[in-house]
Design a protein around this ligand. Structure first.
Ligand code: C2E
Ligand code: MG
Ligand code: MG
Ligand code: MG
Length: 284
């Protein structure tokens, strides 16, 4: 476009401006105020049972950027992390998620659970326990409606203080899920030492078609192991019917992925919930 509108000179002129324009600095300044300006928004991706019933929604944050549209977390979480904003973000997401659960609670045909991603920073900071407790009391939502997802790496970061926080949350009735399971360095060690109720297998076990046979064998061996250790199993990243049918043979408790439903806005989530309950009633 620059070539068409004025040749080389114009390009240099623009580059001159860009030299003093640091895009990261702009992003940084925008990210700093995104929460305050109410630009964050939650999307909800259902987790389905084998009988096509919604058992839970996962909260996934989006940034409604004034110029760039709806941004996914990979484009701004790294910046929030480097600005020390993760606790503020997680608290915002927790608060909004619990409000959403309350809204669903008073909707026909009723309640839904929610699962919330939290960062290492939040788990290492014990304040999260009281923060969640206060949100639950204010919104009159049961702790049993809430799951927190931590990744293996989060959990690993500072294992002692993190484990203590997670145990206190579990004592309240909140469930803990290990997210992206199988991608960290010592996954099996987590099964042994970590207070988790739910194991959420990483989508690479489903979608990495080059290693399909070995992935299938890993899932076939590990899913029963998780059950024997008293943990529920969720599989994410299901993108087609074939993957879904295969996983349905493996006693998975929760199924999630674009094939079943993309993350959606809260209105659409409510419609999915209503539909899921109706079809449940219809089937008896
Ligand atoms: P995650 O928790 O593992 O979430 C799953 C990601 O995979 C989501 O991306 C989701 O939209 C996407 N996904 C769902 N189904 C499929 C599928 O079938 N195929 C593929 N290829 N992808 C699928 P999203 O929303 O961009 O989130 C990316 C990551 O950002 C999340 O990974 C999570 O680690 C983090 N994140 C998202 N929301 C929050 C939040 O509110 N707080 C914190 N601390 N982290 C968040
Ligand atoms: Mg997650
Ligand atoms: Mg995941
Ligand atoms: Mg992830």
């Amino acid at each position: 476009a620059a070539k068409q509108s004025g040749g080389k000179k114009s390009v240099h002129y623009h580059e001159g401006i860009n030299a003093t324009f640091n895009p990261d600095l702009t992003l940084e300044n925008e990210v700093r105020v995104a929460i305050k300006l109410n630009q964050l928004e939650l999307y909800f991706q259902p987790i389905w049972s084998a009988h096509n019933r919604i058992i839970c929604f996962e909260s996934l944050v989006r940034w409604n950027h004034p110029d760039r549209g709806l941004l996914r977390p990979d484009s701004f979480l790294f910046m929030m992390q480097s600005l020390g904003m993760m606790i503020a973000l997680d608290h915002w997401v927790i608060q909004q998620s619990i409000k959403q659960v309350r809204a669903w609670k008073y909707t026909n045909p009723g309640a839904a659970r929610i699962t919330i991603n939290v960062s290492a920073e939040t788990i290492q900071n014990g304040d999260v326990v009281k923060f969640i407790q206060d949100c639950l009391t204010r919104e009159q939502v049961d702790a049993e409606a809430i799951t927190l997802e931590v990744t293996e790496n989060t959990a690993m970061h500072n294992i002692e203080s993190g484990r203590d926080t997670l145990s206190r949350l579990q004592q309240l009735g909140i469930q803990i899920a290990i997210d992206d399971f199988g991608t960290g360095y010592s996954s099996l060690n987590y099964l042994k030492t970590f207070p988790a109720d739910v194991i959420k297998f990483d989508r690479s076990f489903v979608s990495d078609s080059r290693n399909q046979t070995i992935n299938e064998e890993i899932l076939k061996a590990l899913i029963p192991l998780c059950h024997r250790l008293g943990k529920k199993v969720v599989v994410e990243g299901i993108e087609n019917k074939q993957q879904f049918e295969l996983l349905k043979t493996m006693t998975v408790s929760g199924f999630q992925g674009y094939y079943l439903s993309h993350p959606v806005h809260s209105d659409a989530a409510k419609k999915l919930l209503v539909m899921s309950r109706k079809s449940q009633v219809a089937k008896g």
